[in-house]
Design a protein around this ligand. Structure first.
Ligand code: FPP
Length: 281
Protein backbone atom coordinates (compact mmCIF):
# COMPACT_ATOMS: atom_id res chain seq x y z
CA UNK A 1 0.00 0.00 0.00
CA UNK A 2 2.84 2.37 0.98
CA UNK A 3 4.44 1.80 -2.45
CA UNK A 4 1.20 2.74 -4.20
CA UNK A 5 0.86 6.00 -2.24
CA UNK A 6 4.46 6.86 -3.11
CA UNK A 7 3.86 6.07 -6.78
CA UNK A 8 0.59 7.99 -7.32
CA UNK A 9 0.96 11.60 -8.45
CA UNK A 10 -0.09 14.24 -5.90
CA UNK A 11 -3.63 15.39 -6.66
CA UNK A 12 -4.30 12.46 -9.03
CA UNK A 13 -7.57 10.49 -8.93
CA UNK A 14 -5.46 7.38 -8.18
CA UNK A 15 -4.10 8.97 -5.00
CA UNK A 16 -7.56 10.19 -4.00
CA UNK A 17 -8.99 6.66 -4.35
CA UNK A 18 -5.99 4.97 -2.74
CA UNK A 19 -6.37 7.20 0.31
CA UNK A 20 -9.93 5.93 0.70
CA UNK A 21 -8.81 2.30 0.88
CA UNK A 22 -8.51 0.44 4.17
CA UNK A 23 -4.90 -0.82 4.08
CA UNK A 24 -5.87 -3.63 6.48
CA UNK A 25 -8.40 -5.07 4.03
CA UNK A 26 -6.56 -5.25 0.72
CA UNK A 27 -7.67 -8.48 -1.02
CA UNK A 28 -5.02 -11.19 -0.65
CA UNK A 29 -5.78 -12.72 -4.04
CA UNK A 30 -7.33 -11.01 -7.08
CA UNK A 31 -8.34 -12.96 -10.18
CA UNK A 32 -9.04 -11.27 -13.50
CA UNK A 33 -10.99 -12.30 -16.59
CA UNK A 34 -9.37 -10.05 -19.18
CA UNK A 35 -12.12 -9.58 -21.75
CA UNK A 36 -12.85 -7.21 -24.62
CA UNK A 37 -9.57 -7.04 -26.55
CA UNK A 38 -11.38 -7.87 -29.79
CA UNK A 39 -14.14 -5.30 -29.26
CA UNK A 40 -11.58 -2.66 -28.30
CA UNK A 41 -9.86 -3.23 -31.65
CA UNK A 42 -13.11 -3.44 -33.61
CA UNK A 43 -14.22 -0.05 -32.26
CA UNK A 44 -11.02 1.40 -33.74
CA UNK A 45 -11.30 -0.49 -37.06
CA UNK A 46 -8.14 -2.40 -36.13
CA UNK A 47 -7.37 -6.11 -36.39
CA UNK A 48 -8.08 -8.19 -33.26
CA UNK A 49 -4.33 -8.67 -32.78
CA UNK A 50 -4.04 -4.92 -32.09
CA UNK A 51 -6.48 -5.38 -29.19
CA UNK A 52 -4.34 -8.16 -27.72
CA UNK A 53 -1.20 -6.05 -28.14
CA UNK A 54 -2.87 -3.13 -26.36
CA UNK A 55 -4.01 -5.57 -23.66
CA UNK A 56 -0.40 -6.14 -22.63
CA UNK A 57 -0.24 -2.57 -21.26
CA UNK A 58 -3.23 -3.37 -19.05
CA UNK A 59 -1.45 -6.54 -17.88
CA UNK A 60 1.51 -4.36 -16.84
CA UNK A 61 -0.72 -1.86 -15.05
CA UNK A 62 -2.58 -4.54 -13.12
CA UNK A 63 0.64 -6.29 -12.05
CA UNK A 64 2.25 -3.03 -10.97
CA UNK A 65 -0.92 -1.90 -9.21
CA UNK A 66 -1.30 -5.15 -7.29
CA UNK A 67 2.37 -5.22 -6.36
CA UNK A 68 2.32 -1.65 -5.05
CA UNK A 69 -0.89 -2.22 -3.12
CA UNK A 70 0.52 -5.31 -1.42
CA UNK A 71 -1.84 -7.88 -3.00
CA UNK A 72 -0.32 -11.35 -2.44
CA UNK A 73 -1.48 -13.06 -5.63
CA UNK A 74 -2.86 -11.98 -9.00
CA UNK A 75 -4.30 -14.62 -11.32
CA UNK A 76 -4.79 -13.56 -14.95
CA UNK A 77 -6.95 -15.60 -17.35
CA UNK A 78 -4.81 -15.30 -20.48
CA UNK A 79 -5.82 -18.37 -22.53
CA UNK A 80 -8.66 -20.79 -21.90
CA UNK A 81 -8.95 -24.41 -23.07
CA UNK A 82 -11.69 -23.12 -25.38
CA UNK A 83 -9.46 -20.44 -26.96
CA UNK A 84 -7.89 -23.02 -29.33
CA UNK A 85 -11.11 -22.68 -31.37
CA UNK A 86 -9.98 -19.21 -32.49
CA UNK A 87 -8.27 -18.73 -35.89
CA UNK A 88 -4.72 -20.11 -35.90
CA UNK A 89 -3.25 -16.66 -36.59
CA UNK A 90 -4.90 -15.20 -33.51
CA UNK A 91 -3.73 -18.09 -31.33
CA UNK A 92 -0.18 -17.65 -32.63
CA UNK A 93 -0.36 -13.90 -31.97
CA UNK A 94 -1.27 -14.62 -28.33
CA UNK A 95 1.66 -17.00 -27.85
CA UNK A 96 3.96 -14.51 -29.56
CA UNK A 97 2.79 -11.72 -27.23
CA UNK A 98 3.32 -13.90 -24.17
CA UNK A 99 6.86 -14.80 -25.26
CA UNK A 100 7.69 -11.17 -26.03
CA UNK A 101 6.22 -10.08 -22.70
CA UNK A 102 8.37 -12.60 -20.82
CA UNK A 103 11.51 -11.58 -22.65
CA UNK A 104 10.90 -7.86 -22.15
CA UNK A 105 9.64 -7.94 -18.58
CA UNK A 106 11.67 -10.71 -16.95
CA UNK A 107 14.31 -8.35 -15.52
CA UNK A 108 11.71 -6.06 -14.04
CA UNK A 109 9.71 -9.02 -12.63
CA UNK A 110 12.91 -10.25 -10.98
CA UNK A 111 13.90 -6.86 -9.57
CA UNK A 112 10.37 -6.18 -8.32
CA UNK A 113 10.20 -9.47 -6.41
CA UNK A 114 7.40 -10.92 -8.56
CA UNK A 115 7.13 -14.72 -8.56
CA UNK A 116 5.74 -16.12 -11.81
CA UNK A 117 3.55 -19.23 -11.75
CA UNK A 118 1.29 -20.81 -14.34
CA UNK A 119 -1.88 -22.86 -14.09
CA UNK A 120 -3.50 -24.97 -16.80
CA UNK A 121 -2.54 -27.85 -19.08
CA UNK A 122 0.87 -26.35 -19.73
CA UNK A 123 2.30 -29.50 -21.34
CA UNK A 124 -0.03 -28.89 -24.33
CA UNK A 125 1.43 -25.43 -25.09
CA UNK A 126 3.89 -24.89 -27.98
CA UNK A 127 7.33 -26.08 -26.85
CA UNK A 128 9.03 -22.71 -27.31
CA UNK A 129 6.41 -21.12 -25.03
CA UNK A 130 6.93 -23.85 -22.44
CA UNK A 131 10.71 -23.27 -22.53
CA UNK A 132 10.32 -19.53 -22.06
CA UNK A 133 7.88 -20.07 -19.18
CA UNK A 134 10.14 -22.64 -17.48
CA UNK A 135 13.03 -20.20 -17.64
CA UNK A 136 11.02 -17.28 -16.20
CA UNK A 137 9.47 -19.48 -13.48
CA UNK A 138 12.91 -20.75 -12.44
CA UNK A 139 14.41 -17.25 -12.40
CA UNK A 140 11.61 -15.80 -10.26
CA UNK A 141 11.07 -18.82 -7.99
CA UNK A 142 13.04 -17.28 -5.12
CA UNK A 143 11.04 -14.03 -5.14
CA UNK A 144 8.74 -13.28 -2.22
CA UNK A 145 6.64 -10.41 -3.55
CA UNK A 146 3.51 -10.61 -5.68
CA UNK A 147 2.67 -14.07 -7.00
CA UNK A 148 1.74 -13.60 -10.66
CA UNK A 149 -0.27 -16.62 -11.62
CA UNK A 150 -1.03 -16.85 -15.34
CA UNK A 151 -3.82 -19.18 -16.47
CA UNK A 152 -2.84 -20.73 -19.82
CA UNK A 153 -4.77 -23.47 -21.60
CA UNK A 154 -6.84 -23.30 -18.44
CA UNK A 155 -10.36 -24.55 -17.79
CA UNK A 156 -12.05 -24.78 -14.41
CA UNK A 157 -13.70 -28.09 -15.28
CA UNK A 158 -10.47 -29.58 -16.64
CA UNK A 159 -8.70 -28.48 -13.46
CA UNK A 160 -11.22 -30.38 -11.35
CA UNK A 161 -10.95 -33.45 -13.60
CA UNK A 162 -7.13 -33.27 -13.42
CA UNK A 163 -7.34 -32.99 -9.63
CA UNK A 164 -9.61 -36.04 -9.39
CA UNK A 165 -7.24 -38.03 -11.60
CA UNK A 166 -4.25 -36.94 -9.52
CA UNK A 167 -6.08 -38.03 -6.36
CA UNK A 168 -6.87 -41.42 -7.93
CA UNK A 169 -3.23 -41.85 -9.00
CA UNK A 170 -2.00 -41.05 -5.54
CA UNK A 171 -4.50 -43.49 -4.01
CA UNK A 172 -3.24 -46.23 -6.34
CA UNK A 173 0.39 -45.40 -5.56
CA UNK A 174 -0.22 -45.64 -1.84
CA UNK A 175 -2.20 -48.87 -2.39
CA UNK A 176 -4.68 -47.74 0.20
CA UNK A 177 -7.96 -45.97 0.50
CA UNK A 178 -7.77 -42.19 0.19
CA UNK A 179 -10.63 -40.26 1.73
CA UNK A 180 -10.94 -36.73 0.46
CA UNK A 181 -12.37 -33.74 2.22
CA UNK A 182 -12.30 -30.19 0.85
CA UNK A 183 -8.87 -29.37 2.31
CA UNK A 184 -7.35 -32.60 1.00
CA UNK A 185 -8.92 -32.10 -2.46
CA UNK A 186 -7.61 -28.51 -2.68
CA UNK A 187 -4.04 -29.88 -2.62
CA UNK A 188 -4.61 -31.52 -6.01
CA UNK A 189 -5.74 -28.31 -7.71
CA UNK A 190 -3.35 -26.23 -9.85
CA UNK A 191 -3.70 -23.46 -7.26
CA UNK A 192 -2.71 -25.65 -4.29
CA UNK A 193 -1.39 -23.52 -1.47
CA UNK A 194 -2.80 -20.22 -2.75
CA UNK A 195 -5.66 -18.58 -0.87
CA UNK A 196 -8.94 -18.55 -2.81
CA UNK A 197 -9.49 -15.28 -4.69
CA UNK A 198 -11.20 -12.63 -2.58
CA UNK A 199 -12.08 -10.58 -5.64
CA UNK A 200 -12.79 -11.54 -9.25
CA UNK A 201 -12.63 -8.70 -11.77
CA UNK A 202 -14.12 -9.04 -15.24
CA UNK A 203 -13.85 -6.41 -17.95
CA UNK A 204 -16.13 -5.58 -20.90
CA UNK A 205 -19.44 -5.92 -19.13
CA UNK A 206 -20.18 -9.66 -19.40
CA UNK A 207 -21.45 -11.09 -16.12
CA UNK A 208 -20.32 -14.72 -16.25
CA UNK A 209 -17.45 -16.81 -14.91
CA UNK A 210 -16.47 -18.53 -18.18
CA UNK A 211 -15.04 -21.73 -16.69
CA UNK A 212 -12.55 -19.80 -14.54
CA UNK A 213 -11.44 -21.08 -11.11
CA UNK A 214 -14.78 -22.82 -10.58
CA UNK A 215 -13.75 -24.46 -7.31
CA UNK A 216 -11.87 -21.48 -5.92
CA UNK A 217 -14.46 -18.72 -6.47
CA UNK A 218 -17.17 -20.29 -4.29
CA UNK A 219 -17.22 -17.21 -2.04
CA UNK A 220 -15.36 -14.70 -4.18
CA UNK A 221 -16.76 -11.19 -4.61
CA UNK A 222 -17.30 -10.37 -8.29
CA UNK A 223 -16.79 -6.92 -9.81
CA UNK A 224 -17.55 -6.17 -13.44
CA UNK A 225 -16.56 -3.08 -15.39
CA UNK A 226 -17.88 -2.01 -18.79
CA UNK A 227 -14.34 -1.03 -19.84
CA UNK A 228 -12.58 -3.23 -22.37
CA UNK A 229 -9.42 -4.92 -21.07
CA UNK A 230 -6.92 -2.71 -23.02
CA UNK A 231 -8.36 0.34 -21.18
CA UNK A 232 -7.98 -1.20 -17.72
CA UNK A 233 -5.59 0.75 -15.50
CA UNK A 234 -4.63 1.25 -11.84
CA UNK A 235 -7.65 3.52 -11.31
CA UNK A 236 -9.99 0.63 -12.22
CA UNK A 237 -8.17 -1.71 -9.88
CA UNK A 238 -8.61 0.82 -7.07
CA UNK A 239 -12.33 1.19 -7.86
CA UNK A 240 -12.76 -2.58 -7.75
CA UNK A 241 -10.97 -2.86 -4.39
CA UNK A 242 -12.92 0.06 -2.92
CA UNK A 243 -16.18 -1.60 -3.98
CA UNK A 244 -14.94 -4.90 -2.52
CA UNK A 245 -14.18 -3.21 0.80
CA UNK A 246 -17.76 -1.95 0.93
CA UNK A 247 -19.16 -5.48 0.73
CA UNK A 248 -20.01 -7.62 3.68
CA UNK A 249 -18.67 -11.14 3.22
CA UNK A 250 -20.85 -13.60 5.05
CA UNK A 251 -19.42 -16.96 3.81
CA UNK A 252 -22.85 -18.46 4.42
CA UNK A 253 -23.16 -16.97 7.90
CA UNK A 254 -25.42 -14.18 9.07
CA UNK A 255 -25.10 -10.46 8.47
CA UNK A 256 -23.26 -8.43 11.08
CA UNK A 257 -25.16 -5.34 9.92
CA UNK A 258 -28.81 -6.30 10.31
CA UNK A 259 -30.72 -8.64 8.06
CA UNK A 260 -32.68 -5.98 6.12
CA UNK A 261 -29.69 -4.24 4.64
CA UNK A 262 -29.15 -5.21 0.98
CA UNK A 263 -25.72 -6.11 -0.32
CA UNK A 264 -24.60 -4.45 -3.56
CA UNK A 265 -23.90 -6.30 -6.77
CA UNK A 266 -20.63 -4.94 -8.11
CA UNK A 267 -21.29 -3.95 -11.68
CA UNK A 268 -19.49 -0.69 -12.24
CA UNK A 269 -21.32 2.03 -14.14
CA UNK A 270 -24.73 0.54 -13.35
CA UNK A 271 -27.05 3.46 -12.76
CA UNK A 272 -28.73 1.90 -9.75
CA UNK A 273 -27.33 -0.73 -7.39
CA UNK A 274 -29.19 -4.01 -7.67
CA UNK A 275 -30.53 -5.66 -4.56
CA UNK A 276 -29.24 -9.14 -3.89
CA UNK A 277 -31.98 -11.60 -2.95
CA UNK A 278 -31.53 -13.22 0.41
CA UNK A 279 -30.52 -16.70 -0.77
CA UNK A 280 -29.40 -19.16 1.86
CA UNK A 281 -25.76 -18.94 0.65
C1 FPP B 1 -10.03 -11.62 -24.23
O1 FPP B 1 -10.44 -10.72 -25.19
C2 FPP B 1 -8.57 -11.71 -24.12
C3 FPP B 1 -7.83 -12.83 -24.34
C4 FPP B 1 -8.43 -14.10 -24.73
C5 FPP B 1 -6.36 -12.85 -24.26
C6 FPP B 1 -5.69 -12.03 -23.21
C7 FPP B 1 -4.27 -11.84 -23.58
C8 FPP B 1 -3.53 -10.72 -23.41
C9 FPP B 1 -4.03 -9.52 -22.74
C10 FPP B 1 -2.15 -10.61 -23.96
C11 FPP B 1 -1.04 -11.45 -23.41
C12 FPP B 1 -1.10 -11.85 -22.00
C13 FPP B 1 -0.07 -11.79 -21.09
C14 FPP B 1 -0.26 -12.40 -19.75
C15 FPP B 1 1.21 -11.13 -21.37
P1 FPP B 1 -11.30 -11.24 -26.44
O2 FPP B 1 -10.38 -11.47 -27.57
O3 FPP B 1 -12.11 -12.42 -26.02
O4 FPP B 1 -12.22 -9.98 -26.70
P2 FPP B 1 -13.68 -9.97 -27.34
O5 FPP B 1 -14.58 -10.68 -26.39
O6 FPP B 1 -13.98 -8.49 -27.42
O7 FPP B 1 -13.58 -10.61 -28.69
Amino acid sequence: MKHFLEWARPGSPELELANRLDPERIPRHIAVIMDGNGRWAQKRFLPRAAGHRAGVEAVRASIEGCRRLGVEALTLYAFSVENWKRPKDEVNTLWGLLRRYLRQELDSLISNGVQLRVIGRIDELPLDVQDELDDAIAKTAGNHGLILNVALNYGGRSEIVDAVNAAIASAKASAGEVRLDEDAFEKYLYTAGLPDPDLLIRTSGEVRVSNFLLWQIAYTEIWVTQKFWPDFREIDLLEAILDFQGRERRFGGLSQRGSDEPALVGVADASRPAVQPDFPE
